[in-house]
Design a protein around this ligand. Structure first.
Ligand code: AHG
Ligand code: MN
Ligand code: MN
Length: 332
């Protein structure tokens, strides 16, 4: 048999983490289980009346979809039962959640999740995703976790990744030793290694940004967007615009094919729209682990010291040469 399942892969790699004593492996397994459940719900969403609005608004002031709630509850359930995580923060909850069950209160890890990324695409059958990041708690095991356990910079990540519910469901993650991608084989219900050691191209021809906000962009971004549309064969211009509106899906395409994803500050979102803890840190970790770059424009996203759970930052990430080109324009 030439396939490697996620479970087999994790066990093979466990020796890379002598301190982990199997907990991290079990945690990644739990994330895989939650992802499979969400994938199942996403696949039959049109049939089971779980499309549409939940009727509430989240802490970000955004309409909550039923699948946002299902995704969130699925993760909370899987992590609380799994016993390796003592606290988590979710884009869908105002405050951190303590998992204080008999086993989980002694868990070594904390997790941040965006259970459903790309909510606006749920109802129209367009790719959506899940994003997660894992840190070791800094407070003592057995005591009550605090915000300090959650508010760690990306430099302290133990692992991070995402799931894209697309034409197939894929789990892509890194434990700091490169990036690997697994495709869900529905016939056996297992994630199987399909994209070992992903390296993102240094260059690409795709730029991903919501250009509808162009009137509000900083001058450097405006100048860059003019440049990408110019004709110059030697630099493969004009580039192609690709913007799905699910960061996971936009990021995934650019990771494999080369490209740059930008969410700059705008008048409506002066700090950018995307959330540091739930979206920018984990995706930046994957970008860097695959040989790409991710910056706020002022510093590496992974160097940002978080001050609040729902903090937002601007982000420019993707192929190294493309991100550096954007930075050049921002300095002009
Ligand atoms: P979420 O669905 O988790 O709230 O995230 C949506 C995010 C991200 O996925 C996407 O890239 C971005 O919002 C799209 O925002 P705009 O519609 O402002 O472009
Ligand atoms: Mn999101
Ligand atoms: Mn979300």
């Amino acid at each position: 048999m030439s396939i490697t399942t996620l479970g087999q892969f994790i066990i093979e790699k466990q020796k890379d983490f002598p301190y982990a004593k199997g907990e991290l492996s079990r945690l990644l397994r739990d994330i895989g289980i939650a992802s499979k459940i969400i994938s199942r719900e996403v696949n039959k969403a049109g049939l089971t009346q779980i499309l549409g609005d939940h009727g509430s608004v989240n802490v970000q002031g955004e309409d909550v979809k039923k699948l946002d709630i299902i995704g969130n509850e699925t993760f909370i359930w899987a992590l609380a039962k799994g016993g390796e995580v003592c606290a988590m923060a979710s884009e869908e909850n105002d405050d951190m959640i303590l998992l204080d069950g008999e086993f989980s209160k002694n868990g070594k890890y904390v997790i941040c999740i965006d259970p459903l990324d790309g909510s606006s695409n749920i109802d129209v059958n367009v790719s959506i995703g899940t994003i997660f990041s894992i840190y070791k708690r800094i407070t003592e095991q057995g005591t009550e976790a605090t915000q300090a356990d959650i508010l760690q910079s990306g430099n302290h990540l133990v692992a991070a990744g995402y799931v894209v519910y697309g034409t197939s469901t894929m789990l892509v993650f890194s434990t700091g030793k490169g990036v690997n991608g697994f495709t869900l084989d529905p016939s056996i219900g297992e994630f199987c290694l399909s994209h070992p050691d992903i390296q993102t191209p240094k260059d690409g021809k795709v730029y991903s940004i919501n250009e509808g906000n162009a009137a509000e962009f900083p001058q450097g971004i405006t100048a860059y967007l003019k440049w990408v549309k110019e004709n110059d064969k030697s630099t493969s211009r004009p580039y192609s615009a690709r913007y799905i509106g699910s960061m996971v899906a936009d990021f995934h395409r650019n990771l494999l094919k080369g490209g740059v994803f930008i969410y700059p500050p705008t008048a409506k979102s002066p700090k950018g729209k995307l959330r540091l803890m739930f979206e920018c840190i984990p995706m930046s970790f994957i970008a860097e682990q695959a040989g790409g770059i991710s910056t706020t424009g002022a510093q590496r996203v992974l160097d940002v010291e978080p001050t609040e759970i729902h903090q937002r930052v601007p982000v420019i990430m993707g192929s190294a040469n493309m991100v550096n080109k954007v930075l050049e324009f921002m300095k002009m």
